[in-house]
Design a protein around this ligand. Structure first.
Ligand code: GBH
Length: 426
């Protein structure tokens, strides 16, 4: 059965940050630090999904979808990141999963969508190798509770974005600007993925995936300097996260002046390269890269022109999804497991969102054109307008409009279109 779904993430929709024993996460801290998030917005209330989840599942059902990707908030389950389990936090996801199953919607939980317990950040966060082991402990706790009903699990969401925005540039929580010194965050997340994959399977999980955000990389010109720069960018954005998981080795990082990284210990790559039941891919747009114009990184983002852009300013390039899927097949061959497009979507303001319809239509068609790739699912980002990280509530990605003053949900034109598209009526 092909999975047609939509995706959300805990901190972006739940709110109820102080309820039922939830501990603080790095995003609570970040949002409440002045100047970090646009307009001082926070996830304190968000979509109030923690109280309105039944209504929200009804919306998933009403769109004719057969799958729902959500994330579990680690600080609800383990308020201090480790140690005592908060049963009330687990109960929330237990009820959610029950209702999804009763409605015939496949639950696809992600264990980490960036809301790390603050207590773990205080001990170094993902810079600390120990966080990988704590993540596996947390995975085991959740799987013991849910794996009788949840078959498919995603460990991490977009470890690249969490490393770069959270620890290299500091525009996301935890707000650290370590530049290339953030590299251990890649390794410790990947190690956490591998350890969690084992823990999930040991506790009844049938299918384990990781979700990486991938981008086709376009050299700005055919000049060797631009091609080399594009290759360096491809290595950092795509290969650094896909190669160890699928091939059991890191790509060559010499363009960054990095040899064998000291933080990779014997046996780590075997752990990271656990057999996967699927690769989750989040696709938004390609990236055009040129040679650098200074001594810093070995590339420069040259920007894409000549395509329409979303309200966020991101270029709309549907065929990039076909290109990405086929490039994964070309690079990984038989090592590529079935692929699930775990996020694809766009920000627009309108309720009568014809541009979103065109975006989704174009991307679904591009996915279906991809040759030689076993694609088994497609999830729209997102079900609801929600807390768009550093942009606060200023970017609307939902199939369903949310009035944040009243919490009223209103399905957009794209919501109705998607239902008809899936039913084969368009
Ligand atoms: C995802 O990240 C997240 O998983 C999700 O939580 C989030 O809400 C959603 O996407 C929307 O942002 O500079 O024009 O080349 C997406 C990561 C990083 C994708 C920046 C697009 C660059 C656009 N994104 N990226 S551009």
């Amino acid at each position: 059965m092909f999975l047609w779904g939509t995706a959300t993430a805990s901190y972006q929709i739940e709110g109820a940050v102080g309820e039922d024993g939830r501990g603080p996460s790095i995003w609570d801290t970040f949002c409440h630090t002045p100047g970090r998030v646009r307009d001082g917005h926070t996830g304190d209330v968000a979509c109030d999904h923690y109280h309105r989840w039944r209504e929200d599942i009804a919306l998933v059902k009403g769109a004719g979808l057969n799958a729902y990707r959500f994330s579990i908030a680690w600080p609800r389950v383990l308020p201090a990141g480790t140690g005592a389990v908060n049963q009330a936090g687990l109960d929330f996801y237990d009820r959610l999963v029950d209702v999804l199953c009763a409605e015939g919607i496949v639950p696809v939980p992600t264990l980490f969508h960036w809301d790390l317990p603050q207590a773990l950040e205080d001990g170094g966060g993902w810079l600390d190798r120990d966080t990988a082991a704590r993540f596996a402990d947390y995975a085991a706790v959740v799987a013991r509770r849910l794996s009788d009903r949840v078959r498919m699990w995603i460990t991490l969401n977009e470890p690249f974005v969490h490393m770069v925005y959270g620890y290299a540039l500091g525009t996301h929580a935890p707000g650290r600007a370590l530049f290339l010194d953030a590299l251990p965050v890649a390794h410790h997340q990947l190690l956490g993925h591998g350890l969690a994959a084992r823990a999930l399977r040991a506790n009844g999980a049938e299918q384990v995936l990781i979700t990486n955000n991938c981008t086709p990389v376009w050299p700005a010109s055919a000049a060797p300097e631009d091609v080399a720069a594009a290759d360096a960018y491809d290595t950092l954005h795509n290969r650094l996260f896909n190669d160890p998981v699928l091939l059991g080795r890191y790509p060559d990082l010499s363009a960054y002046g990095i040899g064998e990284p000291a933080f990779v210990q014997p046996g780590d790559l075997e752990t990271i390269a656990q057999p996967l039941d699927g690769l989750g891919i989040n696709y938004y747009n390609p990236t055009r890269i040129a040679r650098p114009d200074d001594e810093g990184l070995p590339f420069r983002d040259a920007g894409i022109t000549g395509y329409p852009t979303t309200a966020f300013g991101w270029p709309v390039v549907p065929d990039g999804l076909r290109e990405l899927l086929e490039s994964l097949r070309a690079r990984y061959g038989e090592a590529l497991p079935p692929v699930y497009v775990t996020e694809n979507g766009c920000s627009y303001e309108e309720l009568d969102d014809r541009e979103r319809i065109a975006y989704l239509d174009g991307h679904i068609a591009a996915m279906e054109r991809a040759e030689g790739v076993d694609v088994r699912g497609y999830f729209v980002w997102s079900l609801l307008d929600n807390f768009e990280w550093a942009e606060g509530y200023n970017q609307r990605f939902g199939l369903v409009h949310v009035d944040f003053a009243t919490q009223e949900r209103t399905p957009k034109a794209s919501y109705h279109w998607l239902r008809d598209r899936i039913a084969g009526r368009t």
